[in-house]
Design a binder for this molecule. Structure first.
Ligand code: ADP
Length: 575
């Protein structure tokens, strides 16, 4: 249960990390794109502004040119108050010169009180039909400032060309003597406007501040004279500022445009340059697609990576869990084995003690002689076998204790040389029987050492037991003990059968024997060396085996040993 919660938690953590990472990634992309969009728009706005300025200065020059021409004609009229401008040849020459010099002006027309036009300079001279319906004529019948008036673009009554008329009344403003009109050809204006357009959706317009469209490039007849007073420029922006740039849906084509407008000086003219916002952002859209594509790819990569990380974590956890379970199972198995061995050993020891006790009574004929002499021999055999079994049980218990880490040490002052003598005495009956010589070569005068006596005896007896067991008649067993730098080296050397080098490394583990065949010559459980090694290690020391096949074996236990404080009076070993 806890396992699945942990696994779920790791996966959730990875998922959350990835989600946060992706969120940051996309947030930064969003911010970057928003910034670059703003930059693109402000760059386009700057362009729009510059082009609007260009149009403005062109319109100003055009208007000034026309005004100057009209004022010159007016001045001529003032100087010649009685002259009939319609017919005066001198004025005609003067007007002709003016029109030629002006360049952008197509013709000069004089309109009389009956609104009849007379073209006095330009391509086609002569009378034109009544111009009373034209705004640039009618405008002078009401009081207005004395300044050139830019009329609505229209087709010329002379030749049908599109023209922009500019008029000025000479004489009283409400009852003018003459109205002088110059016509500017729209073709020329539109040609210039066309040169400012970059994209197909760009547009340049000339307007009057009352909202009348005078011309627009791209040119469309239907647009000329349209009033766009309801548009945003007139309804909102122009009242606030004479020039500016804004981004809105425009009236003329219903599209969102980046519009630059500028009033031409103090005149009623207004120039407008606009480009479609989407077109201005085209480059940005391209980069947007690219970036989104790249980020999507990175996102997919991160998600795939995350997926594999989660899988890896799960697999790791599964194997860790399996390991844990295996360990638990092994521990449980080992505990069960230890408990089983401890119980069995205990159960065996109790009847064994009776067997030993009673067989000893029989062997000693404690309550009188046995019927036949052989019985005494049998009783001794029973006793020997019982003792062997008891030893084995002791070994098993020790092995179990060592494995469970339950062996407790109680160091006490021990006279090592005496202890060796005592152990030699224990194995002597066996060694004598097999004519093996025993020697104690411990350094003389060794002080008493603080050491666990029982553990020391178990080591000595086990090593000596092996030495006797694996040494043939006539051999020698030597026990030596030397003290050096806080370590006592306890070595049991025999001249026995020896151990093959490749087997040495295996020894010291429970139940391992060099000859593990059922037909082996020597009895034994394979526990002795394991116990010696375990005990030496528990005491903080080591066990080392050196051997040569056919020559003999030396097993050395190196144990940490502190000199006992009362070493002058060494304690005698227990018998
Ligand atoms: P066992 O009860 O079989 O003697 P040990 O753990 O004491 O168990 O020894 C394991 C094996 O190591 C023995 O069976 C024997 O093959 C080998 N061995 C131990 N001591 C000696 C020795 N002194 N000389 C030769 N072989 C030995």
């Amino acid at each position: 249960m806890a396992e699945s919660v942990r696994r779920w938690r790791s996966s959730a953590m990875v998922a959350t990390t990835i989600a946060v990472l992706l969120l940051l990634l996309w947030a930064s992309l969003g911010y970057g794109l928003w910034r670059s969009r703003t930059d693109a728009l402000s760059y386009a706005a700057g362009n729009t502004q510059r082009l609007t300025q260009l149009l403005e200065s062109h319109a100003a020059r055009m208007f000034d040119g026309a005004s100057l021409l009209l004022i010159a004609a007016e001045n001529w009229g003032r100087i010649h108050p009685d002259a009939d401008l319609r017919t005066d040849p001198e004025f005609h020459v003067f007007a002709g010169t003016l029109v030629r010099q002006a360049g952008a002006v197509r013709s000069l027309t004089v309109v009389d009180r009956n609104a009849i036009g007379h073209v006095v300079a330009g391509a086609r001279l002569g009378e034109v039909a009544s111009l009373g319906d034209r705004d640039y004529v009618r405008v002078w019948s009401a009081p207005r400032p004395h300044a050139a008036y830019v009329g609505t673009s229209q087709r010329s009554r002379v030749d049908g060309e599109w023209v922009l008329p500019v008029s000025l009344a000479i004489g009283e403003s409400t009852t003018p003597l003459w109205i002088v009109v110059v016509e500017l050809p729209l073709v020329a204006i539109n040609q210039l406007y066309r040169s400012t357009l970059v994209a197909r959706s760009d547009a340049a317009s000339l307007m009057r501040t009352d909202g009348t469209l005078l011309t627009r490039e791209p040119f469309a007849e239907a647009n000329i004279g349209r009033t766009l007073a309801s548009g945003r420029i007139f309804a909102r922006y122009l009242p606030d500022a004479p020039r500016g740039v804004f981004d809105e849906v425009v009236v003329i084509d219903g599209r969102r445009r980046l519009v630059g407008y500028s009033q031409v000086g103090a005149t009623d003219l207004l120039v407008v340059f606009s480009q479609e916002t989407e077109v201005a952002l085209a480059e940005w859209w391209r980069s947007l697609t690219l970036y989104i594509g790249a980020f999507a790819a990175v996102t997919v990569m991160i998600i795939v990576l995350g997926y594999f990380v989660v899988r890896l974590i799960r697999r790791d956890e599964a194997s860790a869990r399996a390991q844990r379970e295996a360990l638990l199972a092994a521990e449980a198995g080992s505990r069960a084995k230890s408990t089983f061995l401890a119980t069995i050993s205990h159960e065996l020891r109790t009847p064994l003690n009776s067997i030993l006790g009673f067989s000893s009574l029989l062997a000693d004929q404690a309550h009188g002689p046995l019927g036949a002499a052989q019985y005494q021999g049998y009783a001794k055999d029973i006793q020997r076998s019982g003792a062997y079994l008891l030893d084995l049980i002791e070994d098993m218990l020790d092995a179990v204790r060592l494995e469970a880490g339950a062996l407790k040490l109680t160091p006490e002052p021990v006279d090592l040389s005496a202890e060796i003598d005592s152990s030699l005495a224990t194995v002597r009956p066996d060694s004598d029987r097999r004519r093996i010589m025993l020697r104690n070569e411990s350094s003389p005068g060794m002080p008493a050492l603080e050491i666990d006596r029982r553990a020391l005896r178990r080591i000595l007896l086990n090593l000596l037991g092996n030495a006797v067991k694996f040494t043939d008649a006539g051999g020698t067993i030597t026990v030596s003990a030397t003290l050096d730098a806080g370590l006592v080296a306890l070595a049991v050397t025999d001249t026995g059968i020896g151990i093959a080098p490749e087997k040495i490394a295996l020894l010291g583990r429970p139940f391992v024997q060099v000859d593990d065949s059922l037909t082996r010559r020597h009895a034994g459980s394979g526990l002795g060396l394991a116990i010696c090694k375990g005990l030496a290690e528990v005491m903080g020391g080591t066990l080392h085996i050196a051997s040569q096949v056919g020559k003999g074996t030396t097993v050395t236990a190196r144990l940490p040993a502190h000199v006992a404080r009362s070493s002058q009076a060494p304690v005698r070993p227990a018998a």
